[in-house]
Design a protein around this ligand. Structure first.
Ligand code: SAM
Length: 173
């Protein structure tokens, strides 16, 4: 499986401990170094660039946690989802979680684009997802298997997250 935006590798380590063969990509050199120090196979750099270098239909699952919330435009999201679809084997899974437009942080800070806000100095710019936006990105390449919205986090930092599981459709419709 492939993880996008591995961070320090917390989730990748969990999957590896369950005997998944995990590879991943991470933009931050610091995160990347830490993940590698834990024995993970993580490439430093941009996820789109990483995906474009992978052979078509070779990956069983693409996973990401709060990665698509980074400051990507709709066009960039579309390019990323198209690449995820390309690298997945037919029947492969695209599993991701994203901060929702119902998140308590939605609308805080400076608007930077549709559903995108910069809460500086309290964090990095974020693109929040509605269920409709997530569905639109999946379009005809994927079959949506599950989409659930839940609160996560504790105390002063609760966040509202959409959890999405979609299956790569066998053929391009
Ligand atoms: C909110 S963090 C989540 C990290 C990790 N998935 C976790 O759950 O702890 C988003 C991560 O995506 C990385 N990132 C941002 N833009 C990226 C890009 N274009 N390509 C790869 N990684 C990126 C960031 O450096 C950051 O580590």
């Amino acid at each position: 499986m492939t993880e996008l935006g591995v961070g320090c590798g917390r989730d990748a380590r969990f999957f590896a401990s369950r005997r998944f063969r995990v590879r991943g990509t991470e933009l931050s050199l610091q995160g990347c170094r830490y993940a590698r120090s834990k024995g993970l196979d993580v490439e430093e750099g941009d996820a789109l660039h990483y995906l474009r270098a992978q052979t078509s239909a070779t990956v069983d699952a693409v996973y990401s946690n709060l990665f698509f919330n980074m400051e990507f435009t709709r066009q960039e999201h579309q390019a990323l989802f198209a690449e995820v679809a390309r690298v997945l084997r037919p029947g492969g899974l695209h599993l991701f979680s994203v901060r929702s437009v119902s998140d308590p942080w939605y609308g805080r800070g400076k608007p930077r684009g549709p559903d995108t806000f910069d809460p500086a100095p309290h964090g990095v710019p974020m693109h929040f997802f509605s269920p409709a936006y997530a569905r639109g990105l999946l379009q005809r390449r994927f079959r949506l298997l599950a989409l659930e919205e839940l609160m996560e986090g504790e105390g002063e930092f609760p966040i509202r997250v959409l959890y999405v599981v979609a299956r790569r459709e066998p053929e391009d419709a």
